[in-house]
Design a binder for this molecule. Structure first.
Ligand code: GDP
Ligand code: ADP
Ligand code: 5GP
Length: 209
């Protein structure tokens, strides 16, 4: 991994903080980041497509993947299993390309162990009240599910200090700009620059690390 010129980005946030909206806006303008599609045993929400938003699996299918060591990380979140398939992450790393994981704090801890150089970003809602409002406005979960997610949010937010970067998703366009800035800065790391500008670096006699 020392020579990996790409970046592993990890976005962590409680449900409703806006991570899916921010990531989708980021990827719309930046096709060089590969989004890891997680596996989950949760039921699809209206409009969610298999292999686009998630790979929707039965508990048995998920447990088989997990037991065959095909997941980079996995966690039980709000009573459902979530996990990151290893193969796609490995494929991006092998090609030296950027990869983005959208995962919960328990999975984030497992990824940090494996990739200490991961760039982790926590998305905070402006307040718990606004988080509650956004989940209600999104209108995709039952009241019971929303209540459970809001209750879990404080515990999840307590993990924000594990992340290097924090974005407060108040004004969406400001939050998006901040996320883009983190990506820009990461791409200025030595290994990335040395790969992108290999001829220039060679002409200076600077060797890739
Ligand atoms: P949403 O956050 O409201 O869109 O609800 P989801 O059901 O999509 O996600 C619930 C939680 O599971 C969130 O904290 C996600 O970040 C987390 N999650 C999603 N994919 C993964 C994954 O592959 N691994 C882990 N550990 N958590 C995940
Ligand atoms: P997550 O993926 O973290 O669960 P979403 O991206 O689904 O969150 O966002 C939750 C809801 O809040 C969505 O309806 C989204 O349109 C809305 N939302 C996201 N960011 C903002 C923002 N900055 N201001 C107002 N509404 C927002
Ligand atoms: P494409 O078919 O255009 O290569 O990929 C479509 C989308 O699926 C892209 O967002 C890509 O990053 C993602 N994708 C393609 N293959 C995989 C895979 O094996 N695993 C995961 N997690 N995502 C994939």
């Amino acid at each position: 991994m020392k020579n990996f010129p790409g970046n592993v980005f990890m976005v962590v946030a409680p449900s409703g903080a806006g991570k899916s909206s921010l990531i989708s806006a980021l990827l719309k303008e930046d096709s060089n980041i590969g989004l890891s599609i997680s596996c989950t045993t949760r039921a699809p929400r209206p409009g969610e497509q298999d292999n686009v938003h998630y790979k929707f699996l039965s508990v048995e299918e998920f447990e088989t993947l997990r037991d065959n060591n095909e997941l980079l990380e996995w966690a039980k979140v709000h009573d459902n299993y979530y996990g990151t398939p290893k193969a796609y992450v490995q494929e991006r790393i092998d090609k030296g390309q950027d990869i983005l994981l959208e995962i919960d704090w328990q999975g984030a801890a497992q990824v940090r162990e494996q990739f200490p150089q991961v760039i982790d970003i926590f998305i905070l809602p402006p307040s718990i009240e606004i988080l509650n409002e956004r989940l209600n406005k999104r209108g995709q979960d039952s009241q019971a599910v929303i209540e459970r997610r809001v209750l879990a949010a404080s515990k999840e937010i307590a993990q924000a200090d594990k992340c290097e970067y924090v974005i407060i998703n108040d004004d969406f366009s400001v939050a998006l700009q901040q996320l883009q800035q983190i990506v820009t800065v990461a791409r200025l790391r030595f290994a990335s620059q040395a790969k992108k500008h290999s001829e220039l670096f060679q002409s200076y006699g600077i060797l890739a690390q």
